[in-house]
Each structure stands twice: as structure tokens, then as C-alpha cells.
Design a protein around this ligand. Structure first.
Ligand code: AR6
Length: 173
């Protein structure tokens, strides 16, 4: 599995699956979630509403992941995951790792070969970039070495801005 870094907009990535840093309602929000819903168009929201009406009446818990078609995005699938809100009182890094592991599991279930991730939880949810980058890279590397059956050949971190890009570049080493 290759891990690559790009500075840019995740809604422009031609990949099999883009990961969305959503919230538990799955009904849209700001940041990367807002951008994905805007570019993906109304069919993405319709698919999310359908999930809420069927399998996820209570919403999607933090650390879990679920897929919908990508609508008008130049990708095939959106994998929605909910990052943990950063806390100084409680270590929630296992939940952030679960987002990455769960998203890759869903991606492999779809047969995806290329998957783009944003820097989950580093915006509205307040996670320090350096720490989030370390957890993200460590978790993807662990899946790459442990899951021989995965279809995913490239994980592309798509970072919005220089600072985020550099934090992930340092984490990658
Ligand atoms: N492409 C790539 N990265 C982006 C883009 C983009 N188009 N736009 C923003 N980012 P955030 P969170 C970066 O806040 O912290 C939403 O309202 C951004 O610079 O999108 O997980 C949801 O509905 C940051 O580094 O997600 C939830 O309520 C990273 O994406 C909540 O925010 C994540 O920032 C989730 O918060």
C-alpha cells in the first residue's frame, strides 16, 4: 500500500473513494463535509437521509464509517466517518485511529484501490495537526502491514493548506 500526500482540495480527487470528516447526523456541515456535499450534489444528502431512515436511525457513532455513492464528485464512493472531538481531559486517539481503520475496511469491502483521506478532526473538532497526522499515518501503516487481503493500493492524504501538508510530511518521515 502506497501512502501519498497532496496539498489541495479533496473534492477534486479522482479516486475510488474519498473519506468525509462528517458528523453523527450524516446530514452535512461545514469544513470538508460542507465541501463534499456541495460538490457531490443532492444525491449525496439523499443517500445519507436514506441511511438515517434505515440502518442508522441514531446516526453514525464517532470512530465508525459508512459508504454512499459520490454523486457529482470525480470519485465513485464517499466513505463518511465521524472523528472524535479533541479533548484535553480524555485520550480519544483510539477513536481517531478507528476512523482510519474503519474507513479502510469499508473501502476494501467496496473493492476500492485508491482512497483519499482529509485530516480528520483537525478543523472544527480541534485536534492538533501534528498529533492527528501521527495517528493517521501510524494507523494506515498498520493496516498496510496487517491486512494482506485489502484491495487498497494507495492511500492519499489530501491536506488543505501548507501547515497540514507539512505536519503529515513530518509524520510520514
Ligand atoms: N479538502 C481537503 N481538506 C479540507 C477541505 C477540502 N475541501 N476543507 C477543509 N479541509 P473539518 P473535523 C480540512 O472541520 O475537524 C463539519 O462541520 C480542514 O482544513 O472539515 O473532523 C462536520 O459536519 C481540516 O484540516 O472536520 C463536523 O461537524 C480538515 O479538513 C465537523 O466539521 C478537517 O476539518 C467535523 O470536524
Amino acid at each position: 500500500m502506497d501512502i501519498t500526500l497532496v496539498e489541495g482540495d479533496i473534492t477534486e480527487q479522482r479516486v475510488d473513494a474519498v473519506v468525509n470528516a462528517a458528523n453523527s447526523t450524516l446530514l452535512g456541515g461545514g469544513g470538508v463535509d460542507g465541501a463534499i456535499h456541495r460538490r457531490g450534489g443532492p444525491s449525496v444528502l439523499a443517500a445519507c437521509r436514506e441511511l438515517r431512515a434505515t440502518t442508522l436511525p441514531e446516526g453514525l457513532p464517532a470512530g465508525e464509517a459508512v459508504a454512499t455513492p459520490a454523486g457529482d464528485l470525480p470519485a465513485t464512493w464517499i466513505i463518511h466517518t465521524v472523528g472524535p472531538v479533541h479533548s484535553l481531559r480524555e485520550d480519544r486517539s483510539a477513536t481517531l485511529a478507528a476512523c482510519h481503520r474503519g474507513s479502510l475496511r469499508v473501502a476494501a469491502g467496496l473493492g476500492a484501490r485508491t482512497v483519499a483521506f482529509p485530516a480528520i478532526s483537525t478543523g472544527v473538532y480541534g485536534w492538533p495537526l501534528e498529533d492527528a497526522a501521527r495517528i493517521a499515518v501510524r494507523t494506515v501503516r498498520a493496516v498496510a502491514t496487517q491486512d494482506a487481503s485489502t484491495t487498497v493500493g494507495e492511500v492519499r492524504f489530501v491536506l488543505f493548506g501548507r501547515e497540514a501538508y507539512q505536519a503529515f510530511a513530518r509524520a510520514l518521515g
